[in-house]
Design a binder for this molecule. Structure first.
Ligand SMILES: [Zn+2]
Ligand SMILES: [Zn+2]
Length: 366
């Protein structure tokens, strides 16, 4: 009931005083001090739509191009190739194409509009606490490199770097996306084609998107070639076929130039999934042998099937940015969820951070 009471300043009664009167308005009544949601003051460079229900990266300019290319190519295929192929071959061609097309669009939108696994920034008092720990961590005999922590994962030393923007030590596999200005868990890469980071929470959608797009592109490519081949069996050959179906040539050109990169990307990500790696780790060569040291990927289960299951079918972690939640009444300009939702290494009282990281490492390798 308390939350339903709005207190309104009465200008006539108050003068210059900022004391609040006890005028009570019913719930839902418009007020200049309407409760604000956390997405409205979100510190990262993300865009929010539908009152925070939909989020994506700021640089989403290429996403309409991606959707446009898929819509145009598929539209031309269904309009100009399918009627001929249904008549001469089978009705299953548009059915298979339609299923693939719907799957591609759904997984694309899921990748673009899902929180990739953004970690909320530290609250001011948490940041002060971490700073104090860093200051106290130096000793006269051994001083670790400034603002890094070392933890053991699967008997392998993993360095945790301090994020100056988010004011915390990044958990393992977390990286700060400079375009979105957020730390993202299991950061893979920022994909301009989908207009979002690809990370812990949307990697499975991204993988499903590129694999299904590979199938759709190959399917359309094969069907268009079949269409033109069947048409060119007439008297006037291929010239007549092209004149009869000029849209097929446009589809062939789009498919021909995109299929190689899409197939290559799918193959590369299949290798990453099978070895439980991220693009970020692969590009940086995080787990390649350095200076003669043996340093394999500590996250792999040494089994392709287990790696695929963990990466693609593991439980979906909850979003840590409570973007639809309301700001507290004192209007603190920060977005942090309740303690229960924070990962172990981000607990409010972070005096035992190293211990927590070790626990996390054990849970990763269990
Ligand atoms: Zn960060
Ligand atoms: Zn990003």
């Amino acid at each position: 009931m308390k939350n339903c009471e709005y207190q309104q300043i009465d200008p006539g009664a108050l003068g210059t005083s900022n004391t609040r009167t006890s005028t009570t308005l019913p719930c839902g009544r418009k007020n200049s001090q309407r409760p604000r949601r956390k997405w409205e003051v979100f510190p990262g460079k993300n865009r929010f739509f539908c009152d925070g229900r939909i989020m994506m990266g700021r640089q989403c300019g290429v996403l309409p191009l991606t959707i446009g290319l898929i819509l145009i190519t598929s539209g031309l295929f269904f309009t100009f190739d399918c009627p001929f192929l249904v008549h001469h071959l089978t009705v299953f061609i548009p059915v298979i194409g339609g299923v693939l097309f719907v799957f591609v669009i759904i997984t694309l939108l899921q990748t673009s509009f899902t929180d990739p696994g953004i970690l909320p920034r530290a609250l001011p008092d948490e940041a002060v606490d971490i700073e104090r720990q860093i200051d106290n961590s130096g000793s006269s005999t051994y001083r670790p490199p400034p603002r890094t922590k070392e933890i053991l994962i699967n008997d392998q030393v993993v360095k945790l770097k301090y994020c100056f923007t988010c004011k915390m030590f990044r958990p393992p596999r977390t990286s700060h996306c400079s375009l979105c200005d957020n730390c993202v868990e299991r950061f893979d890469h920022h994909c301009p084609w989908v207009g979002n980071c690809v990370g812990k929470r949307n990697y499975r959608f991204f993988y499903a998107f590129i694999v299904s797009l590979s199938f759709l592109t190959s399917f359309i490519f094969g069907c268009v070639i079949t269409h033109l081949t069947l048409r060119s069996q007439g008297v006037n050959g291929i010239i007549q076929a092209i004149q009869d179906s000029p849209a097929s040539i446009a589809e062939l050109v789009i498919c021909f130039f995109s299929i190689w990169s899409i197939l290559g990307l799918s193959g590369f990500h299949t290798y990453l999934v099978a070895s439980n790696l991220t693009t970020n780790e692969d590009i940086k060569g995080s787990w390649s042998s350095k200076r003669g040291e043996e340093s394999g990927n500590p996250y792999t289960y040494n089994n392709i099937f287990t790696n695929c299951c963990v990466v693609l079918c593991g439980p979906m972690p909850p979003s840590l940015i409570d973007r639809r939640g309301f700001l507290p009444p004192d209007d603190a300009p920060q977005t942090v969820t309740s303690d229960t939702e924070l990962p172990p290494f981000m607990s409010k009282n972070d005096a035992n951070m190293e211990e927590n990281c070790q626990e996390f490492a054990n849970s990763c390798t269990a």
